[in-house]
Design a protein around this ligand. Structure first.
Ligand SMILES: O=C([C@H](O)CO)[C@H](O)[C@H](O)COP(=O)(O)O
Length: 209
């Protein structure tokens, strides 16, 4: 079953927890987005995990250096996953994986800014990442001509466990599922919807169809 991850790009943890409360029945992984973590810090991760002890919580650190140290910070605060940038050196990923093993948690390597996402995904899994996020960030999505199809094609070619993030919505999530991705990440399609619970349920139903 493909997991559904909600990416929460709010700035206040109270707003993030209120959103998560609405959508939790349909969500497998709750992601604290990078802006939320910069705004609320490690305390925000702890508050989210305390509110949802039975959900997987992902801290979207996008770590570029000091992989072991930063991963230890995230796991110590209650995160089940931490993201490390694929553009960082192998030693950064290796350090984070070491921390993950010590905590019984997982590293997700984020390919934002990586040119050859398929190759880096394969390398990251070989280094011990649990899965790789094939990701086009908010700025890239705003560029003219952006299409999530590139990520969907990469996922089908990667042959390793991947998630897809970068404009997943009700129009694209079936293709995301068919690509072989193990996690579909949806941010604005859920938190920007008039009825986030309805939007999350629709995405979950499409994944389960
Ligand atoms: O990770 C994200 C971005 O870098 C800002 O933190 C987004 O949450 C991710 O791209 C998913 O959001 P949507 O593209 O809005 O689905």
């Amino acid at each position: 079953m493909v997991k559904l991850q909600v990416a929460i790009d709010f700035l206040k943890i109270e707003d993030a927890i209120a959103l998560a409360t609405k959508v939790a029945p349909y969500i497998d992984i709750i992601e604290l987005g990078t802006p939320l973590i910069k705004s609320e810090g490690l305390a925000g991760i702890r508050k989210m995990k305390d509110a949802f002890p039975d959900k997987l919580v992902l801290a979207d650190f996008k770590t570029a250096d000091a992989g072991e140290l930063e991963a230890n910070m995230a796991f110590g605060a209650g995160a089940d996953y931490v993201t490390i940038l694929g553009t960082s050196g192998d030693s950064t990923i290796i350090g984070a994986v070491k921390a993950a093993k010590e905590h019984g948690k997982g590293v997700v390597v984020d390919t934002i800014g990586v040119k050859d996402k398929v190759k880096r995904a394969q390398e990251a899994i070989a280094l011990g990442a649990e899965f790789v996020e094939l990701h086009s960030g908010l700025d890239e999505q705003a560029e003219e001509g952006y299409s999530i199809q590139v990520l969907i094609d990469d996922a089908a070619r990667a042959g390793v466990p991947v998630s897809i993030a970068g404009g997943v919505n009700s129009g694209s999530i079936t293709a995301v599922k068919q690509s072989g991705a193990i996690v579909a990440v949806a941010g604005a399609a859920i938190y920007g919807a008039a009825d986030p619970a309805k939007a999350a349920k629709e995405l979950k139903d499409l994944l389960n169809a």
